[in-house]
Ligand binder design. Sequence first.
Ligand code: CP
Length: 318
Amino acid sequence: MSVEMQLDRPRAGRAITRHVLEAQQFSRPQLEAIFERADAMRGEPEAVADRLRGRIMAALFYEPSTRTRLSFESAMLRLGGRTIGTDNAREFSSAAKGETLEDTIRIVAGYADVIVLRHPDEGAARRAAAVSDVPVINAGDGKGQHPTQALLDLYTIQRELGRLDQVRVAMVGDLANGRTVRSLAYLLSLYRDPEIWFVAPSPVAMGQDIKDHLSRRGVRWHETEQLESVLPLVDVVYQTRIQKERFADEASYLAVKGVYVIGPAEMQLLSPRAVVMHPLPRLDEIDPAIDRDPRSAYFRQARNGVWVRMALLDMLLP
Ligand code: CP
């Protein structure tokens, strides 16, 4: 389908709902609509270069970011819109003077047509949405969720494997603090017959809420600390960083740091058709020696963020 035909369809934004707060708000048809639009925009980027002219996106980031912040900005600029925002909102916004998140959002909603918010507190995006006159997009709320990362992760799986049904995924690393794996688990549960292995040291095991959700959906899931035995079984290894910033003390961090590293030896255990993904940034959990392996999809994954976020912005802004 040409990008014109695709974009002539009624905007799906209303169906996505007003805000993007958590992965479980999406239905399978909505995901298909987002990915179709992302594909169309990727195919003919010049056809959408004026699509959001006159619109303004505010990026409020209270935690560090490279990919999410810059890919959202790139997405908005590629659609002809403009961006405002602050990188280190804890220090450089009036939060430093004691302004509440709610008051900041009330003000920024008067300056922009959409707000992209990253915040260290779980539930912050929901609090922001409750007082915002414009759509709020959760760009990561503490240990909570990172729904737009999950959208681009799922889009990447579709592009890399050619399917989303019957996908076998190993989620590896810091699953207790990793918001991307939480959001991705919700999205995978929408598809037919997924199978998920949670590979983590017990102090950072996947949360019970996610495991309960998967069980209710009839998703087969397993929990193990043995990465090597899982690698030959899966289509996707979703590696994650041990999130030092979320540990109470250095000793707890050091106890689980560096437990799982994907390097040349681990790649030998993987199927030739499997892929390695990572939301990035990485520290030592993926050896750069495998970067050139065609199965290493993490840089392609990061680039996919622009197209998926373009589609999302386009669908959210009336
Ligand atoms: N994947 C991700 O959220 O990366 P950033 O922290 O760089 O935005």
